[in-house]
Design a protein around this ligand. Structure first.
Ligand code: SF4
Length: 184
């Protein structure tokens, strides 16, 4: 199994992740306090996306669900900005992260060696251009909908540090993290 997991790290890098590592779920730092950040709507997606709070569910349930997995693949994508106010560059970076995240997820799914996967990305589910939540409709693609590390109460700063991945990747860059948990 170690070889398979290490191969996923190499594959994630080949699919344009900047950094990647294998994590053990028992070592992931969770905190229910992260829900407060979502409730403050700091990213603007609170109650606007089916995979974000509150509709994604109580944080205690999500943490319990994540703890039912064994290990995971964490990866980070890093994107260059023109300057620290480059909002457009940040959005482009997030869209690029989503593309890389979906490619890595598809690669893991296609290998079909785990009993179950829990994919978590950065921020709201971006599978559709406009989430069905905004028009009061049911999720269009429940099997493709992905929640976030933030919604699941994961302390991303501590987690990347524990994995030897830098949280800060230099001036005028923006970084995003994806995590795919495996049940073996
Ligand atoms: S798949 Fe589409 S409708 Fe469903 S949560 Fe994601 S963005 Fe919203």
């Amino acid at each position: 199994m170690e070889t398979v997991l290490n191969d996923f790290v190499k594959d994630a890098l080949a699919l344009n992740a900047t950094h990647a590592a294998v994590v053990e779920v028992v070592k992931i730092p969770f905190s229910e306090d992260f829900r407060k950040l979502c409730e403050e709507n700091s990213c603007g997606s609170y109650d606007k996306n089916w995979m974000c709070p509150p509709t994604v569910g109580p944080i205690s349930n999500l943490i319990k669900r994540a703890l039912g997995f064994n290990r995971g693949l964490i990866f980070q994508t890093v994107h260059q900005l023109e300057d620290s106010f480059d909002w457009e560059g940040m959005q482009e970076g997030q869209a690029n992260h989503e593309k890389i995240f979906r490619e890595i997820l598809k690669h893991v799914e296609d290998n079909n060696i785990f009993k179950e996967l829990l994919p978590l990305s950065a921020g709201p589910c971006m599978y559709c251009l406009k989430c069905a939540h905004l028009t009061g409709k049911k999720c269009y693609f429940p099997d493709k909908a992905v929640s976030s590390v933030e919604a699941y109460g994961i302390n991303v700063t501590a987690l990347v540090k524990d994995c030897g991945i830098p949280y800060y990747n230099g001036q005028n860059t923006v970084s995003y993290v994806g995590l795919i948990l495996f049940k073996m």
